[in-house]
Write a protein that binds this ligand. Structure first.
Ligand code: HEC
Length: 154
């Protein structure tokens, strides 16, 4: 069923993607903007990553100040010590210009939309999806973390 849905979404998405400047080929295989926005809906009400309470100093390229949320499915797998986060796990990170969090730079997302595979996405400060899919620019750096996760080790 999932395969069928993906196939029917792929054709219109590819046409849209061709109109967007700078969208990589892999991004054409990603979810629609609507699917992605539905997956992260209400993330500000989720729990922060346990090691990253509130606005925290970032260690990576995402900016000096970040806030990271995990949905319940992801947190349950973390507590259970599962080797991989399950399908439906979503991790969202906002990065800010300073420690007040008043100015949002962007939002990045990791979504386990398919078994064994993360969907990566980047949204602008206006909430519009800039890029989504199997983005190697993200996964290459994240590969050093357990199941590609950098904010927690377990
Ligand atoms: C050069 C390394 C690097 C690259 C490239 C990178 N990240 Fe990250 N990412 C990190 C680190 C380190 C963290 C831990 C939090 C921090 O220090 O900001 C992180 C945290 C995250 C988190 C919070 C969940 C987690 O894994 O800890 C998300 C979501 C995320 N990144 C998404 C992305 C996306 C989407 C891209 C590509 C657009 C990307 N990242 C590119 C290093 C990277």
């Amino acid at each position: 069923m999932r395969r069928f849905v993906m196939f029917s979404l792929l054709v219109p998405f590819t046409l849209v993607a061709c109109d967007k400047a700078g969208v990589s080929d892999t991004a054409a295989l990603g979810p629609s903007d609507e699917e992605l926005l539905a997956a992260i809906d209400g993330y500000e009400t989720w729990s922060n990553a346990p090691s990253w309470p509130g606005i925290s100093a970032g260690e990576g390229p995402h900016g000096a100040f970040v806030q990271i949320w995990w949905n319940d499915l992801a947190l349950d797998a973390l507590s259970a010590g599962d080797a991989e986060l399950p399908v439906g796990a979503v991790l969202v990170k906002e990065s800010y210009a300073d420690e007040t969090g008043a100015t949002l730079n962007n939002v990045t997302v990791m979504w386990k939309a398919e078994a064994g595979e993360w969907t990566w996405a980047r949204l602008g400060a206006d909430g519009a999806v800039a890029d989504a899919g199997a983005l190697s620019s993200c996964s290459e750096c994240h590969a050093s973390g357990k199941d590609f996760v950098r904010s927690e080790s377990w």
